[in-house]
Design a protein around this ligand. Structure first.
Ligand SMILES: C[C@@H](N)C(=O)N[C@H](C)C(=O)O
Ligand SMILES: [Zn+2]
Length: 262
């Protein structure tokens, strides 16, 4: 009788333990947003023990119960080859993403990316993190307009602007963006606010050239700071666009895959 009672109580205890722990796990992966018209809610997902958390925004447009998809496994950086593609924000969440081609706010006047993901070859991503650290130490931040760009998107751009000073020729060598080794970016202050660089992004004219100096002293200083930091981190500028930098660590192949938007 005593043994039977012991077995029954162990069984009930085990049952209770599993019930509670699984419902806690479920809670950890759910974000309940119940009140509409409130500001954006920020949540953090741990990505890697030694790396900062990734912050994502959930818009409180309606009464929703948002279930996060299965938490993404931590990136095992050493398992990715130097020439492999990585999602930058999963390595370092301090960048400001303002990926214009994922919106209609760009010279094509249409959204040409399905989602706003910044993918880069691992080597280029690591170099960019170096540039970001140089700038963070000086009270600035990098704000990114574009990273990897599929070749088909390059062809759309070329149709509108067939001038290789401003758009890489997709029927020639392609763009370094198509190789996952170029960035369009600008300087932001420590809060992420875009700073005046003399022209808007993708302003295709002489004012965007590095050699153009008829600009206020503070604008010239910022262009210079951006250029020096990027060069120090291993990037090269092009003459005609203050926002474009290429990483030329090695020869990469042109790519044309669409980022996974999950
Ligand atoms: C289109 C512009 N943002 C750009 O990236 N231009 C360079 C030259 C490119 O297409 O590689
Ligand atoms: Zn570019």
């Amino acid at each position: 009788m005593y043994v039977q009672t012991r077995i029954v109580s162990i069984f009930i205890f085990t049952l209770l333990f599993y019930c509670c722990s699984s419902s806690q796990e479920e809670k950890a992966n759910k974000v309940e947003v119940t009140s509409p018209n409130q500001p954006i809610k920020q949540i953090s997902i741990a990505t890697h023990d030694s790396l900062p958390d990734t912050t994502i925004s959930i818009n409180r447009a309606d009464t929703v119960q948002q279930t996060l998809s299965t938490p993404r496994p931590p990136i095992q950086l050493h398992e990715i080859p130097d020439s492999g593609f990585v999602e930058l924000i999963r390595l370092d969440s301090s960048f400001i993403l303002d990926l214009r081609y994922a919106t209609p706010n760009n010279f094509l006047k249409e959204k040409v990316y399905d989602c706003a993901k910044c993918l880069l070859r691992k080597e280029a991503a690591m170099a960019l993190i170096k540039a970001q650290h140089i700038l963070l130490a000086k009270g600035y931040r990098l704000r990114l307009f574009d990273c990897y760009r599929p070749l088909d998107v390059q062809k759309k751009m070329w149709k509108i602007m067939p001038n290789d000073h401003f758009v890489g020729n997709p029927y020639g060598n392609g763009s370094m963006h198509n190789k996952g080794a170029a960035l369009d970016l600008t300087l932001a202050d420590s809060t992420g606010k875009e700073l005046d660089m003399g022209t808007p992004f993708d302003f295709f004219g002489k004012e965007a050239y590095h050699a153009y100096t008829k600009l206020p002293a503070d604008v010239l200083q910022r262009r210079q700071l951006l250029k020096q930091s990027m060069i120090q981190a291993g990037f090269s500028p092009i003459t005609s666009e203050w926002w474009h930098y290429s990483y030329k660590g090695r020869r990469y192949k042109v790519a044309n895959f669409k980022p996974d938007c999950e």
